[in-house]
Design a protein around this ligand. Sequence first.
Ligand code: KG4
Ligand code: ZN
Length: 313
Amino acid sequence: MKCVGIDTSCDDTAIGMIDENRNIIAEEKMSLFCGKYGGVVPELAARNHLNYIDKLFMEVTGGEKIDLIGATVGPGLLPGLVVGSQFAKTYANLMNIPFVPVHHLEGHIEAAGYKNYPFIALLISGGHSDIYICHEFGKYELMIKTLDDAAGEVFDKIGRNLQLPFPSGPYIEQLAKNATIYHEPMVAMKGQLAFSFSGLKTKTLRINDTPENISWFLQESIALTLKEKLSMIIERTNIHKIVVCGGVSANLTIRNHLNSLNAELIYPPLSLCADNGPMIAFAAYEHYKHQTKYVNNYNIPEFSRMSLSEWNI
Ligand code: KG4
Ligand code: ZN
């Protein structure tokens, strides 16, 4: 079985093809960064998706017949989402194969391929810092959500201030390795079941030091904050299995901190942490396997925000 997943939720046009055993047969990704605007411009990103989607799709599939196609319908930037999901719907309709609308965050969780329910999922990306309890496939309970800046967003905003390329997370991780002064890290919203990183962002911006020392402080503070919230959730739920996913989960210092929690920690392979096509194909295939209400559901409009707990099967 050949299943294709398409993600156009942000600035990457990402397409991947998998088989029913989670093998990645092919994948392609094209990034557009509007450097001169300092971030992603939704309309420009959408035009870029439109320019590349056919070519990338042909490269991934080799023009051969596929059996299932899924595309992200949200959350993300609407103009880009429309390009990917309309492409997939049209293709499915013409070729008479099933179409599956995919929730981007479920794709991130599926990238880890963990099936030992129930487990905790920490989702840390450019748009989210959320903790869910995953009771079973398609049954998610939101425990903590992003109140303001997401973890990745803070990396990117501080990175912009340090004049680093976007997305800045990986650059901050590298710089932090060469820190010489270790400012006392801050646990954001200490003792509270909430993620708010705006105070940490302000504190970081006020530190007058080298990029290396600022990077160390920021990374350490984010790691300790994530660890504190997870340990509260472990205590509350008595669940000791944690999937950590989303772009920020590629950060090895953060992984090291989380690994000291009293739990089994599961991460996607590094290549599947950031947005990618295969993760959307994994999620689409799971829905197909479970024959959920999303299979061949053409009626879900693209959306910019929606928690995964509203995506239950
Ligand atoms: O999941 P993702 O690719 O896109 C969204 O769905 O948002 O996550 C992108 C975010 C960016 O903010 C980027 O700076 C961050 O993930 N990121 C990292 C690292 N690699 C990517 N943050 C910290 N350390 C990293 N190594
Ligand atoms: Zn993402």
